[in-house]
Design a protein around this ligand. Structure first.
Ligand code: NDP
Length: 250
């Protein structure tokens, strides 16, 4: 994959659904055709929603590639498949959630969250950064969360993965300035996606035996209903986040 003359090559992770899907479509549909979007996902069987949403842009300003941010091999293969390994804008969007009392979560699941939300981003940045530094230009965007700034009950490990990412980015951003490479963080609040729907469903269904009853009561009866309220009141959609990201890219 490569961009046309004057087009910026944008690589986005996690485009099979939610925010990543809308970012890919919105940038590919740019009226001035400034971007060639490489929309990546770990399983191309999940491509239909994106292909349908992209319409005419598919195959023109939007192409697809396989990428699992948890695999060194997959990341390397994906970047090697891009002409001259040249990425102008990297959008690290892929991420997973994890919610529930700490006692109920196996350590391996916690590691998976860090492997995806933290090391997945680092893996991507390490792969594209040398070329950006050499060319003295580039933009790296990381989708963090308000939970990268503020902890939330029962989101301990997810919030920690985003906090860790924020610290990593703030430190790296300073080093990249000299090379004219910008690093930006996007910090969405609750967004209506599969991610959010799964989180609410999971917590509603589970019993969590052995958990501190006050915390469980607070989470199920105060936090959860009020966050559902926030989803409905604020009505933040993947399009809102995609629009904001497009402004950051411009
Ligand atoms: P979705 O679940 O809709 O999308 C997540 C995407 O990440 C999917 O495309 C999923 O792909 C992909 N993904 C998961 N693991 C991997 C992996 N190992 N390699 C490559 N892709 C992977 O959620 P959102 O759109 O809501 O989430 C996008 C980002 O926004 C995340 O980083 C999330 O933390 C952040 N965010 C979301 C908020 C929300 O309320 N929704 C709030 C704040 C931040 P697959 O189809 O293969 O599972």
């Amino acid at each position: 994959a490569s961009g046309g003359p004057g087009q910026k090559v944008v690589l986005i992770t996690g485009c099979s659904s939610g925010i990543g899907l809308r970012m890919a479509v919105m940038l590919a549909e740019d009226e001035q055709k400034r971007y060639h979007v490489i929309a990546t996902m770990r399983d191309l069987k999940r491509k239909d929603k994106l292909v349908e949403a992209a319409g005419d842009a598919y195959g023109k300003t939007l192409s697809l590639a396989v990428l699992d941010v948890c695999s060194d091999e997959s990341v390397e293969q994906c970047i090697n498949g891009i002409k001259d390994r040249h990425v102008d804008i990297l959008i690290n969007n892929a991420g997973i959630g994890l919610v529930g009392p700490l006692e109920s979560i196996p350590i391996d699941e916690m590691k998976k969250v860090f492997e995806t939300n933290f090391f997945g981003v680092i893996r991507m940045i390490k792969e594209v950064m040398p070329d950006m530094k050499r060319r003295k230009g580039g933009h790296i965007i990381v989708v963090s969360s308000v939970m990268g700034l503020q902890g939330v009950v029962f989101n301990d490990v997810y919030a920690a993965s985003k906090f860790a990412m924020e610290g990593f980015c703030e430190s790296l951003a300073v080093q990249l300035l000299k090379f004219n490479v910008t690093l930006s963080l996007i910090e969405p609040g609750p967004v209506h996606t599969e991610f959010e729907a799964k989180m609410i469903q999971d917590v509603k269904q589970k019993e969590y035996p052995g958990t501190d009853p006050d915390t469980l009561h607070y989470f199920k009866n105060v936090y959860l209903p009020s966050s559902v309220d926030i989803f409905e009141t604020l009505g933040q959609t993947p399009d809102d986040i995609a629009r904001c990201t497009k402004k950051v890219v411009e």
